[in-house]
Design a protein around this ligand. Structure first.
Ligand code: ATP
Ligand code: MG
Length: 563
């Protein structure tokens, strides 16, 4: 994909359906929704759904609602509502479509419709299409599995109305009774076997408090919420395909006017090297295997944002993977590739040394400081150039020196030569070690004829490395991340928590070129040869903290080839 990714309009079977509905004028306005349950932070799978639902609204001049599917009082919290809204806004705010503004600031809440849901349920009872059942949850499950009718199925409408009102009034304990749709106990589709619509739950709700002690089940709440909000295309993941007949049954039973909302299903995002469900992500947080929901190793939207991923890269990723009806596993490399692709075009280059080793240029005057010219971004001629100070004492990365290197090692070695990027070729004359044998300093000499861009700079050496001037460098904390799991499918074969990569975070104190002092979020930089970096919110005026968003190359592909 190219720079214009965000202006490309993808096509898939759902967009084809919407386009056809637009062509035939079936609906006045295309209206989609993104309906998270506020029981955790959003993850990259939700990003796929947000990009699809907001994308359809954006492409067809419609509206997309964010609706909190807050029908389960015990697991939901306001913190999650706030984080969800922040994530959605971040992901769509700069997408460039004014109509999105209509609904992205204040969420809709299924709990706002509890009265309507209740009234509709009463209507269903009046139509003899629902009944109060006294079986336990276990019995109900068992009877549904066997296709056996409940002994309470043929209660009179009056008795059902009375019992349902008393359920609402709080006369019965949790689990004592349910309201069930009266559909077809011999239906091959289990969801049509008199599904439960309401259960008793004496629990405080994060928005309705203690007003309710009966709570609607997913299908009832979801279908009616779609109808109440005037949703036209209710897009969900494949697991809900079997629910669709129930969705339609509910709309039919209540005889809601046409045009009605329709449900469509697509394959959820599965990604290698991560777990995706909130239920599992919450375990990582609670067991302190990560530092919170926005830990940059988490594939949550807030984690990705903190790590330095841009909204545009996430949207490009969602477009790249496409929308299909077939379950599949997306390689983490696809996400990484999308990021590299964008950052290569947009990120200014800087020099930084992650694991410094001192280099003394013995023939370079101690009092001399040169400023060498460096291009800010070879992919973007408008990005200009800058000066980098060069002096007698420098730092290079420990990885760029080897005392006894293998063949084809083109970086620095005793007696060997290397080019310092934007500057000179140097030769390593002497290796200084401490008592423990650790290399503490490299004493090198400069070839003054070899300056980059100079008239006499045509001499070539095989290796070029990055460096910073010791006297001018600023120190920064740099957090280097690796994949959180060591196996591509941590969900498979045992407890996913046992596959945590113990080396997923490394913190180093880096030496950075002075221009980086001017860096401000949300700028991203390429630290040459090291990857793309973004400032972490832990940064203070005195100390920058950088996150490596992504390396320059796919190091895991190399690993895979080796083994
Ligand atoms: P989780 O198991 O992580 O809690 P969920 O489906 O229960 O996921 P919801 O908050 O109910 O989470 O989901 C909100 C919307 O996001 C739903 O429409 C759901 O289909 C969609 N969604 C959730 N996970 C994915 C995914 N991996 N890929 C695409 N869409 C997803
Ligand atoms: Mg859910």
């Amino acid at each position: 994909m190219t720079a214009s990714t965000s202006t490309l309009v993808p096509s898939d079977f759902i967009r084809d359906i919407v386009a056809e509905d637009v062509r035939t004028g079936k609906y006045k306005l295309i209206h989609t929704r993104f309906p998270p349950e506020p029981n955790g932070y959003l993850h990259i799978g939700h990003a796929k759904s947000i990009c699809l639902n907001f994308g359809i609204a954006r492409e067809f001049g419609g509206i997309c609602n964010v609706r909190m599917d807050d029908t389960n009082p015990t697991k939901e919290e306001t913190e999650y509502v706030d984080s969800i809204m922040a994530d959605v806004r971040w992901l769509v705010d700069d997408w460039g479509a004014s109509h999105l503004a209509l609904n992205r600031n204040t969420p809709f809440y299924a709990s706002d419709y509890f009265d309507r849901f209740y009234e509709c349920a009463v209507e269903l009872v009046r139509k003899n299409k629902a009944f109060v059942c006294d079986m336990t949850p276990e019995e109900t499950d068992e009877y549904r599995r066997l296709g056996k009718e409940s002994p309470f199925r043929n209660r009179s409408i009056e008795e059902n109305l009375d019992l349902f009102a008393r359920m609402k009034a709080g006369e019965f304990p949790d689990g004592a009774r349910t309201l069930r749709a009266k559909i077809d106990m011999s239906a091959p589709n289990v969801w049509l076997r008199d599904p439960v619509l309401y259960r008793i739950r004496h629990a405080s709700h994060h928005r309705t408090g203690d007003k309710w002690c009966i709570y609607p089940m997913y299908d009832w709440a979801h279908t009616l919420s779609d109808y109440i909000e005037g949703i036209t295309h209710s897009v969900c993941t494949l697991e809900f395909e079997v629910h669709r007949p129930l969705y339609e049954w509910i709309l039919d039973a209540l005889e809601v006017p046409r045009p009605r909302p329709h449900q469509y299903e697509f394959a959820r995002l599965n990604l290698t090297y991560t777990v995706m469900s909130k239920r599992k992500l919450i375990q990582l947080v609670n067991d302190k295997l990560v530092n919170g929901w926005d830990d940059p190793r988490m594939l949550t939207i807030s984690g990705l944002r903190r790590r330095g991923v841009t909204a545009s890269a996430l949207r490009a990723f969602a477009y790249n993977i496409g929308i299909t009806k077939y379950p599949s596993m997306t390689d983490m490399a696809v996400l990484e590739h999308t990021m590299r692709n964008e950052f290569n075009r947009t990120a200014a280059r800087r020099l930084a040394v992650l694991r410094p080793i001192r280099v003394v240029l013995t023939n370079y005057p101690a009092d001399r400081v040169e400023e060498v010219d460096a291009v800010n971004n070879p992919e973007d001629t408008n990005a200009g150039t800058r000066k980098i100070p060069f002096s007698r004492e420098l730092f290079i990365d420990r990885d760029d020196f080897m005392e006894t290197p293998p063949s084809k090692y083109f970086r620095l070695r005793p007696g060997g030569e290397v080019r310092l990027k934007y500057a000179y070729i140097i030769k390593c004359d002497e290796v200084v070690k401490d008592n423990a044998g650790k290399v503490t300093e490299l004493r090198c000499s400069v070839d003054f004829e070899s300056k980059s861009g100079g008239a006499t700079s045509n001499r070539k050496v095989k290796g070029t490395i990055h460096w910073v001037s010791a006297a001018h460098a600023i120190e920064a904390e740099v957090r280097l991340y690796d994949r959180l799991f060591t196996v591509s499918e941590p969900d498979v074969g045992g407890d996913f928590k046992t596959f945590i990569n113990p080396h997923s975070l490394e913190v180093v104190t880096a030496k950075c070129e002075p221009a980086l002092a001017e860096a401000r979020p949300p700028e991203r930089y390429q630290f040459e040869r090291l990857g793309y970096f973004a400032l972490d919110p832990d940064s203070t005026p005195d100390k920058q903290v950088w996150n490596r968003t992504i390396t320059l190359k796919d190091t895991w592909a190399k690993e895979a080839k080796k083994t």
